[in-house]
Ligand binder design. Structure first.
Ligand SMILES: Nc1ncnc2c1ncn2[C@@H]1O[C@H](COP(=O)(O)OP(=O)(O)OP(=O)(O)O)[C@@H](O)[C@H]1O
Ligand SMILES: Cc1ncsc1CCO
Ligand SMILES: [Mg+2]
Length: 277
């Protein structure tokens, strides 16, 4: 499995690892515990099921210790925050840490309000085994740089978030995925660029939230770089968009695509390059 501390320069090896990780998710069906936003709960649960994982949306403090005992990973998405949710998220991170479970953080709307920026930073600082997945504007804001965010949609390009992602890797000992027209997977040992996906994807809400949830599924089987989820999701989105007349059919076709995606399609479509190490 891809160990983020060991750089891999060879695209064929990276591709083989992504395919192996997919097989492992499908075989192991890891339990992914999600504290996520009201907008995307149903769709992210369906995305996790379609890839072969086992989702549970759980929010209560009363059950979180038990959940983190049996979970493969914790996904925290701050999309529809309020004070009660923040306390639940902090407690869940503590429980994940206590059980050595990887945590995936989606800093939805980071930079759009002080509440979101502050909460995302507090959660990131608390999490031990962390992967951050956000769009370019969120990654830039989380790192304390000036982003152009006006809500949950990115107004910055992935290329401009690169330095911010490297700063987050150092600050939180995290792995960072920047999604957008181009996706970057940034770890302490290397940066990988993926040129897959489709320009129709941002016309469906929660596309990034589903990617974050899938990142949790792969983290649960030990692929904690974020690479496999990011690569597979963008390829699925690309194939699905080619079969879709608009955002509504795209949303459905992505769920079908996650269920159907094959090793051959990954081999044929993956556009991957190591850009820094
Ligand atoms: N212009 C684009 N071209 C190709 N793929 C794209 C484009 N924009 C987004 N994507 C793909 O869409 C997926 C979600 O990324 P995006 O950056 O839109 O997430 P997000 O802004 O966090 O979304 P949300 O907050 O609505 O969940 C990724 O797989 C990414 O590769
Ligand atoms: C639209 C929206 N608002 C809060 S969360 C969310 C889903 C996409 O991030
Ligand atoms: Mg998002």
């Amino acid at each position: 499995m891809h160990n983020p501390s060991q750089p891999i320069f060879n695209s064929a090896t990276l591709t083989a690892n992504i395919i192996a990780a997919l097989a492992q998710v499908r075989a192991q069906k890891p339990l992914v515990v999600n504290i996520t936003n009201y907008v995307v709960m149903n769709n992210t649960a369906n995305a996790l099921l379609a890839i072969g994982a086992s989702p549970i949306m759980a929010h209560s403090r009363q059950e979180m210790a038990e959940m983190m005992h049996i979970a493969g990973s914790l996904v925290i998405n701050i999309g529809t925050l309020d004070n009660e949710w923040i306390q639940r998220m902090l407690f869940a991170v503590e429980q994940a840490n206590a059980n050595n479970k990887p945590i995936v953080l989606d800093p939805v709307g980071c930079g759009a309000s002080v509440l979101r920026t502050h909460t995302a930073r507090t959660l990131a600082a608390k999490a031990n085994n962390l992967i951050i997945r956000g769009n370019a504007s969120e990654i830039i804001a989380l790192a304390g740089e000036t982003s152009q965010t006006k809500g949950v949609d990115a107004l910055d390009s992935s290329d401009t978030a690169f330095v911010a992602a490297q700063a987050l890797v150092a600050q939180y000992q995290a792995n960072v995925v920047i999604s957008g027209d181009v996706d970057y997977v940034v770890t302490a040992s290397q940066t990988i660029r993926l040129r897959n996906g489709h320009h129709m994807m941002p016309y469906v809400t929660g596309m990034g939230c589903s990617l974050t949830a899938l990142t949790g599924a792969f983290a649960a089987i030990g692929e904690t770089s974020g690479l496999a989820a990011t690569a597979i999701y963008a390829i699925v989105g690309e194939i699905a968009a080619e079969q879709s007349t608009g955002p509504a059919t795209l949303q459905l076709n992505i769920i079908d695509g996650l269920y159907q995606i094959s090793a051959e399609q990954i081999q044929q479509r993956l556009n991957i390059a190591v850009v820094a190490s």
